[in-house]
Design a protein around this ligand. Structure first.
Ligand SMILES: [Ca+2]
Length: 292
């Protein structure tokens, strides 16, 4: 074997080892339903598994709406995938990930919920407009999170555009960017949340996609359920550059955080949820450099 061939083989071996290391670095895929206690899910606060005996489906209720669960300060609820994810790629960049979930919101507009990525396996605290993502006073824990909020209450202090909007948040309740579901300049509507008395349960499905190479988040939203074969809309409602470097730790947790305020009940049902990430982004980058 000539020196050139030997070099070529060595390069191939190094390439394969690198790809193997990256593939071991955090590829995770999961899909629900069924939601149940044995499915690598951890529920926190005011949340519970729910079996719909009529339709034979399972779901998770965030802020379950029992009178006993309501408090004057509001409630916190969470649904997290119980296993930590490894999302740190090369040079502390975060790996790409994508998720989609079907949800419904019924009750009084009080706060909403968020899809979240956190460095710890629980949410931190304050209910209401902070969606339980910010630490309580005197808690030394710093708040690090990435969230896509489905916000049902207009908080002027966070520059919320309306009581029905979607926002992308990084370590702050002030969104980097929002999409006002009421329409531009309209502050009050009933788009996401339906009153119990209306007897309507409107389901929505959202896709959240993070590209670790371009460091861009895209959020899609449509009416309907993944259980009824709806497909992703062609256009995102939000597409924004987001650098997750200030959020990411070696281990991250992913899921949902919901909240209420006062004695108001607002049930968020997570009907289906799929999540996937891999180190494939970086592998693709190497393939681009060496397409053979
Ligand atoms: Ca809000």
């Amino acid at each position: 074997m000539g020196t050139l061939q030997l070099l070529h083989v060595l390069v191939l071996i190094i390439h394969m080892l690198l790809v193997e290391a990256q593939n071991n670095g955090g590829g995770t895929t999961f899909t629900y339903p069924p939601f149940n206690a044995t499915s690598n899910l951890s529920l926190g606060g005011d949340s519970e598994f729910n079996e719909d005996l009529v339709y034979g489906t399972s779901q998770v209720y965030l802020n379950i709406g029992n009178q006993a669960s309501l408090t004057t300060s509001g409630t916190c609820a969470s649904l997290l995938y119980s296993k930590p994810l490894q999302l740190l790629g090369n040079n502390n960049n975060s790996s790409s990930f994508s998720t989609f979930f079907t949800f419904s919101i019924t009750g009084t507009n009080t706060a909403g919920f968020a899809f979240v990525l956190l460095p710890q396996n629980h949410t931190l605290g304050i209910p209401g407009g902070k969606l339980c993502l910010m630490p309580r006073a005197l808690d030394p824990t710093s708040s690090k999170f990435f969230a896509v909020e489905f916000d049902t209450f207009k908080n002027p202090e966070f520059n919320d555009p309306s009581n029905n909007h979607v926002g992308v948040n990084v370590n702050s309740m002030n969104s980097s960017v929002t999409y006002n579901l009421c329409g531009q300049g309209v502050e009050d509507c009933s788009y996401l949340a339906f009153d119990y008395l209306s007897n309507i349960v409107q389901e929505f499905t959202s896709w959240v996609e993070y590209d670790g190479v371009t460091k861009t988040v895209a959020v899609f939203l449509t009416n309907g359920s993944t259980l009824q074969d709806i497909s992703k809309p062609a256009s995102a409602i939000i597409e924004v550059p987001v650098d997750l470097e200030g959020v990411m730790s070696e281990e991250m947790f992913v899921g949902f955080s919901g909240s209420t305020t006062d004695m108001n009940s607002e049930i968020k049902s997570i009907v289906s949820w799929s999540f996937s990430t891999s180190a494939g982004t970086h592998t693709q980058g190497m393939d681009t450099i060496n397409p053979r």
